[in-house]
Design a protein around this ligand. Structure first.
Ligand code: NAP
Length: 249
């Protein structure tokens, strides 16, 4: 990873993949702005660290949150080098049981929020002629599976955003890439497994083992593996517009 301290914003930084990303960046000496809705979870991550950091409690689905977060970062640090768009959420339901509320939330958190944060960060990155934007998308952004239409549509959409932004921003020294993990061992996956066990009447461990066996590496990815793959884009100036399914190490 780059030895020069960078100014980084990570959304959804309080647990799961976002926590692993924030922790790896802090360990490497970077300045990290962390957002999530729950401030005390973010404070626990930076506790005892001497890095420059900013805790920005925010709901990314609030359309004002992106501009507010970027204003705080620019005013504190004078710019932003890396934007990691990780906050996201999904729930499973067959199409005819997918409510408008579930659909709208999925689009809001997985597609509209990344667009709004990217839009808010681009002017400072253009001015600096440097930027790295990394989206934690999903294998659901590249392939279709049953019972996840809202999440799949939103993640396909965000990969479209990555490709369009990559094409538009390359001439400004800004790269835009996505990582597309399948299942990762995080609280979000635990919630999905609990819901699937409830829906099917099966045991949690049985549902988990069946899903693990279907993964490319026969197991769930770890948040650390996904974080490492995402952070790797920071040091790749010539790679942009990429969105590939992530396999285990
Ligand atoms: N887990 C997987 O198997 C998997 C696979 C592929 C892709 N992904 C993607 O990876 C990303 C992270 O997933 P994860 O499994 O680490 O999720 P997670 O364990 O549920 O953590 C989500 C993080 O986002 C924050 N967050 C949730 N809703 C938010 C909102 N409205 N505004 C701001 N922050 C919010 C949470 O903190 P608060 O609740 O305090 O806000 C938390 O820090 C998501 O984009 C997900 O789609 C996950």
């Amino acid at each position: 990873m780059s030895n020069t301290p960078l100014r980084v914003l990570v959304t959804g930084a309080s647990r799961g993949i976002g926590e692993a990303i924030a922790t790896q960046l802090l360990d490497a000496g970077h300045s990290v702005a962390l957002t999530a809705r729950t401030a005390q979870d973010l404070e626990a991550i930076v506790a005892g660290r001497t890095n420059k950091n900013l805790i920005i409690p925010a709901d990314v689905t609030d359309s004002k949150s992106a501009n507010i977060a970027l204003e705080k970062i620019i005013s504190a640090w004078g710019g932003i080098d890396v934007l990691i768009l990780n906050a996201g959420d999904g729930s499973a339901a067959p199409i005819d049981k997918t409510s408008n509320e579930v659909w709208e939330h999925s689009i809001a958190i997985n597609l509209t929020a990344p667009f709004q944060y990217l839009r808010a960060a681009v002017p400072a990155m253009k001015e600096a002629k440097f930027g790295r934007i990394i989206v934690i998308a999903s294998s659901a952004g590249l392939i279709g599976e049953p019972n996840v239409s809202a999440y799949t549509a939103a993640k396909h959409g965000v990969i479209g955003l990555v490709r369009a932004a990559a094409a538009e921003l390359a001439k400004h020294g800004i790269t835009v890439n996505a990582v597309c993990p399948s299942y990762v061992d995080t609280p979000m996956t635990k919630r999905s497994l609990e819901a699937a066990a409830e829906r099917t009447g099966k045991d949690f461990n049985e549902v988990k083992a069946a899903l693990e066996a279907k993964q490319p590496s026969g197991r769930f990815l770890t948040p650390k593996e996904v974080a490492k793959a995402a952070i790797a884009f920071i040091d790749l100036p010539n790679i942009t517009g990429q969105a590939e399914i992530l396999k285990g190490e």
